[in-house]
Ligand binder design. Structure first.
Ligand code: DX5
Ligand code: ZN
Length: 218
């Protein structure tokens, strides 16, 4: 079942509670919360207090994307529920295996994100420790970028690798997921789509209309 994950960094940050409620009514499956430290990526967005506040006002699962160096330092700063996914970057953690174990010990799903230049092969010894693979389709850190040229090929390679291992670990794609890109990446095997300024938070549609249009192409 394909899932839509709304990128809250693209929402109306001055009316976040209203945005969360509207996303819930629009039938969004996950709330994608980008946490950035200004070090692993050259940007800073929402912090852990915001995560904990959002957790309290919705039943939607949180899809937390930690673009943070050595994320193990911060895992216990968030009060999460078992339906939430905590996703860390392969490139940002000296002991990524230990961090993934730590996330699961917290009773939360563990996600592993890989940047555009990181080979899919890099994670093949970690598949026992993850519940989702996030294939970044832009360089992480900013909304409004363009898909990197090998995004489709890489998503297909990731699906083929996981399938060859007999694993149905879902692949999430994040970055410039427009209707056109979403349709192509869905064919390549993507199952969870991070929707931001390229498809969901657009001037000429309500969130519900935009979500419905996106669902119609995947
Ligand atoms: C990228 C962010 C996003 C995403 C936003 O680092 O994680 O959430 O790019 O969506 P777009 O790319 O459509 O503005
Ligand atoms: Zn993200």
């Amino acid at each position: 079942m394909k899932k839509l994950s709304a990128s809250l960094m693209c929402a109306d940050l001055l009316n976040l509670e209203a945005s969360v409620k509207e996303l819930q009514s629009a039938g969004i499956d996950y709330l994608h919360i980008d946490i950035m430290d200004g070090d692993f990526v050259p940007n800073i967005t929402m912090g852990f207090d915001t995560v904990n506040s959002i957790r309290k006002i919705t039943d939607l699962p949180l899809d937390i994307h930690m673009m943070v160096r050595e994320p193990n330092r911060f895992i216990d700063c968030m009060e999460l529920s078992e339906q939430d996914i905590l996703c860390v970057h392969y490139e940002a953690d000296t002991h990524i295996h230990r961090t993934l174990e730590q996330i699961r010990k917290k009773g939360v799903k563990a996600g592993l994100a890989i940047n555009p230049s990181t080979p899919v092969d890099s994670i093949k010894y970690l598949t026992d420790y993850i519940d989702m693979l996030l294939v970044m389709t832009v360089s992480p850190g900013f909304a409004g970028q363009k898909l990197f040229s090998a995004a489709e090929r890489k998503t297909r390679d990731a699906r083929e690798m996981l399938d060859s291992m007999g694993l149905n670990i879902p692949i999430e794609v994040d970055g410039n997921i427009s209707l056109v890109n979403g349709e192509k990446l869905s064919v390549c095997g993507a199952e969870i789509f991070v929707l931001g300024t390229s498809s969901l938070f657009v001037r000429d549609k309500s969130l519900a209309e935009a979500a419905r249009d996106f669902r119609s192409v995947i």
